[in-house]
Design a protein around this ligand. Structure first.
Ligand code: DCM
Ligand code: DCM
Ligand code: ZN
Length: 265
């Protein structure tokens, strides 16, 4: 996702934190976040091109070999170096620190929190599990209405931007409130089934990556080959997918749902 998408994922997730998670997250947030997790959720995108952070660039996605519409951790996440591997890693860091405050290994838990909340958003963006050959749609040049762009950017930014203009008075907080209402009243019948993490599991990003590549094949890549002009039809049929994936970004990270004690000290 772009900045708006990540902000929305984290803002919605925050609303589901247990009380002790709120306290622990506030302790870890840098001062400039002013107590808002959402304020730092795009940080991994801001730093990924700096020389000292280049190693993080591949942790934003887990692309599959071309035309494979399913995800396989051992194939798509070599050496754990991908978005799902990163989610396992940063969840482990935060959990081990919360279990053992005397731990000799000192991770930077502020960074761990900012990476984890960003990557939980990215794993839900269908084209972050797109095809390797076109770099998750980055190489698929398309027009979004009359604007030249690529398919990855359509899913990171353009669908959200167009929705903001068309339905949400150009206000991200209006859109976030609408998604929060849909979580409560609209999707309420299936929200219970979104969290699939068992109490004895550290993190469960693999099913989310599987869903993403499935959605990439069924919605993102469909009728969107290079040179296509995407307009109302594509926008109206894909926006519900984008909205649901943003709302689902809250699942099981950071103590929501089934893991209330992640940050218990
Ligand atoms: N994995 C990990 N850390 C964990 C759990 C899993 O690095 N705490 C990685 C290694 C496994 C892969 O995820 O090969 C798939 O795990 P699973 O099938 O349990 O989801
Ligand atoms: N991306 C992806 N798969 C790739 C390469 C990049 O999903 N093989 C994602 C990461 C970024 C976006 O596309 O969110 C733009 O990539 P970059 O910032 O590297 O231009
Ligand atoms: Zn990212």
């Amino acid at each position: 996702w772009g900045d708006d998408g990540h902000y929305a994922v984290c803002k919605i997730a925050q609303g589901y934190f247990e009380e002790e998670t709120v306290v622990a997250v506030k302790k870890l947030l840098p001062a400039y976040a002013d107590g808002e997790l959402a304020a730092v959720c795009s940080w991994p995108d801001e730093i990924k091109r700096l020389p000292q952070w280049k190693w993080t660039a591949a942790l934003h996605f887990a692309d599959t070999p071309d035309d494979k519409c399913y995800y396989d951790y051992s194939r798509d996440c070599p050496n754990d170096w991908c978005v799902t591997g990163a989610i396992f890693n940063y969840t482990n860091q935060l959990m081990s620190a919360s279990k053992d405050s005397q731990s000799i290994v000192h991770y930077n838990l502020t960074e761990a929190l900012m990476f984890l909340s960003h990557y939980m958003g990215d794993v839900h963006q269908p084209l972050h599990e797109g095809f390797l050959g076109d770099l998750g749609g980055n190489k698929v040049k398309v027009n979004w209405y009359n604007q030249e762009t690529n398919l990855h950017r359509v899913w990171d930014d353009m669908i959200i931007e167009s929705a903001l203009e068309k339905y949400y008075n150009s206000s991200l907080s209006v859109m976030i409130h609408a998604l929060q209402d849909k979580l409560k009243y609209g999707w309420s019948n299936d929200v219970w089934s979104w969290g699939s993490c068992q109490l004895n599991q550290t993190a469960c990003p693999n099913p989310y990556a599987s869903e993403s590549i499935d959605l990439a094949c069924k919605y993102a890549y469909r009728n969107a080959t290079a040179g296509t002009t995407l307009g109302d039809y594509y926008f109206l049929s894909r926006l519900p997918v984008v909205e649901k994936r943003i709302a689902q970004g809250r699942r099981d990270s950071l103590g929501s749902d089934s893991k209330p004690n992640l940050f218990c000290e």
